[in-house]
Design a binder for this molecule. Structure first.
Ligand SMILES: C[S@@+](CC[C@H](N)C(=O)[O-])C[C@H]1O[C@@H](n2cnc3c(N)ncnc32)[C@H](O)[C@@H]1O
Length: 269
């Protein structure tokens, strides 16, 4: 890809999704989009960019997001955060209301929201005191999440007992999430940079936004965090980021909370 096309393409992607490709990640972008060019019968990235910017280009945004996003995830990723959610945040929030709203804001193939359901079912039984919304920018991962079929990698942190309880084994290392878990999650396609984000999501008590802001630059991060704080989180609500992420460099009124080997950010009452 010539340098000018790379610059324009990354600017286009950044404006639409917040995802920012450093110059050193140009090879990644090229590799991921090459297949798409072939499918569209286009012979250069310049042509692809022109297509994206044309009136027909809006229909290409979905496949573009499918191609460029990194969807790594697994059940019970960073279990200390899940324990802090189940044992501290949820019981505290339930002192004020009978049911809470939880949002998995970049849910990928569904392991994260289903983990939250399973964690709550372990404590409260099948009738969990929470509604779970899960969203992502990529339709491809959302379809997989709704299907709910997983390989060994996704369930690597689960004991055989937990697998039996919450999955139907399909043989050949495939596991299907049971319907009573699946039914608890509503999946939607939501872009974290959508100006109508707050209206699409509504009010939340806990937001899991793990391992997605790492692909954004500070401007996009700040924008998303501000919307969470000002428009989506209820007072007393929590924001959980990836275990290695921090928003300490951003300008926010969130209060940092420490749990057993995990942190989260709380909107003061
Ligand atoms: C690495 S996965 C994280 C999955 C899960 N939260 C976890 O921590 O295991 C990052 C996800 O963020 C999604 N994503 C990237 N940009 C997004 C945006 N602007 N809005 C919503 N989701 C986005 C990607 O499609 C991808 O599925």
């Amino acid at each position: 890809m010539d340098p000018k096309t790379f610059e324009e393409l990354r600017e286009f992607i950044y404006k639409k999704s917040g995802i920012f490709f450093e110059k050193s990640k140009e090879y990644l972008l090229t590799n991921r989009l090459r297949k798409r060019l072939k499918e569209l019968n286009l012979s250069s990235f310049e042509e692809y960019l022109r297509y994206l910017k044309s009136p027909k280009g809006t229909q290409e945004l979905g496949p573009l997001f499918d191609a460029i996003t990194i969807n790594e995830t697994y059940f019970f990723r960073h279990i200390r955060q899940i324990e802090a959610f189940r044992d501290v945040m949820v019981p505290e929030l339930l002192k004020k209301k009978r049911s809470i709203n939880v949002w998995s804001a970049a849910c990928s193939t569904g392991e994260e929201p289903y983990t939250l359901v399973i964690a709550l079912m372990e404590k409260y039984g099948q009738n969990i005191p929470a509604r779970i919304l899960a969203s992502d920018i990529s339709n491809e991962v959302l379809e997989k999440a709704k299907e709910g079929i997983y390989g060994e990698y996704s369930v690597k942190e689960l004991s055989p007992d937990m697998k039996r309880k919450y999955f139907d084994s399909m043989g050949l290392g495939k596991y299907k999430i049971k319907d009573f878990v699946k039914r608890k999650v509503v999946f939607k396609n939501i872009n974290l940079l959508d100006p109508a984000l707050a209206r699409k999501v509504g009010k939340m008590d806990v937001i899991f936004c793990r391992n997605v802001l790492i692909y954004f630059d500070n401007n996009a991060r700040q924008k998303v965090i501000e919307t969470f704080y000002n428009d989506i989180l209820n007072p007393g609500g929590y924001l959980v980021l990836g275990a290695t992420e921090s928003i300490s460099r951003l300008n926010t009124k969130f209060k940092l909370c420490h749990f057993k080997m995990a942190i989260a950010y709380q909107k003061p009452e």
